[in-house]
Design a protein around this ligand. Structure first.
Ligand SMILES: C[S@@+](CC[C@H](N)C(=O)[O-])C[C@H]1O[C@@H](n2cnc3c(N)ncnc32)[C@H](O)[C@@H]1O
Length: 268
């Protein structure tokens, strides 16, 4: 198949089809803020700014577990996603937490308000125009506002190869132009490929948008094999059987790169 890049229509169809299974098979906490599979949540990483009555926007929210968590701490939350089905899962989950779920593509979002905090966990890989997403997010931040961006780590675009003598390692044909991951295709041809970019490229887009990087993290997973089921339930905010089978790889290669940024200037 020749892959031409994600479109809003293809992504919506793909994530609509997947939504129910994704939410059923993945346990995503609403009592901690998550950054990705098997990774410590914000109760450990402590990257969130002071909460309370802040205005927050989530980009590519899925069922919006992070927004629900923030709303329960008093934040006023807007959460956008391209998939109506993911949003429907979110509305069901939110119960009393007031999250303003909206069906909007991150690739064509216009000003949705002014926010103290904009956050996005593993949605940017599905954007057709990531530089624009970062620019639009920066434009919606209040001065001194925080942008918490978690996206796919470029090393995770590599392929695991057996290199003999019971050893394996990651092979990345081209770090500067990592391949998009087109393995995520459904039988009917709907596709939403994850793209990866070099960390320096992401940092340039962030800088050009007028944001200053305060922290850059490549978090490693919690030690799942040494933890009891009870500890996993309590301490791992994003977990699934599939991700657990990948633990030996996740323990050696970061699955995400995480930027905590502050709006320090308005770009020219
Ligand atoms: C891997 S899921 C992550 C969802 C959520 N952030 C979480 O951590 O559970 C990626 C999400 O990005 C959404 N998405 C894909 N393309 C999008 C687009 N162009 N605009 C907005 N959301 C998009 C998908 O519908 C999906 O809900």
């Amino acid at each position: 198949m020749h892959y031409q890049g994600n479109t809003d229509e293809g992504s919506a169809r793909y994530w609509d089809d997947l939504a129910e299974v994704y939410q059923r098979e993945t346990r995503i906490s609403t009592t901690d803020f998550h950054y990705g599979p098997l990774l410590p949540g914000d109760s450990t990483l402590q990257l969130l700014p002071n909460l309370g009555k802040i205005h927050a926007l989530e980009i590519g929210c899925g069922a919006g577990q992070n927004s629900i968590f923030l709303a329960e701490q008093g934040a006023q939350c807007v959460a956008i996603d391209i998939s109506k089905e993911q949003l429907a899962q979110g509305r069901k989950l939110a119960k009393d937490a007031t999250v303003d779920f909206r069906c909007v593509s991150m690739d064509s979002m216009d000003k949705l308000g002014e926010f103290d905090l904009i956050h996005s966990t593993y949605a940017l890989p599905f954007s057709a125009d990531p530089a624009r997403v970062i620019q639009e997010a920066a434009a919606m931040l209040k001065p001194d506002g925080t942008f918490l961006l978690t996206t796919g780590h470029p090393l995770y675009a590599g392929e695991w190869l057996d290199i003999g003598d019971d050893e394996d390692g990651v092979f990345l044909p081209n770090y500067f132009h990592p391949e998009s991951d087109v393995r995520m295709a459904l039988d009917d041809g709907a596709i939403s490929a994850a793209s990866y970019w070099p960390i320096s490229q992401l940092a340039e887009w962030i800088h050009e948008a007028g944001l200053t990087i305060e922290r850059l993290l490549e978090p490693s997973p919690l030690p799942i094999p040494e933890m009891s089921e009870k500890e996993i339930q309590e301490k791992v905010p994003y977990d699934s059987a599939d991700w657990r089978t990948l633990y030996p790889q996740l323990a050696r290669i970061p699955v995400v790169v995480l930027f905590k940024c502050r709006k320090t200037r308005t770009p020219a």
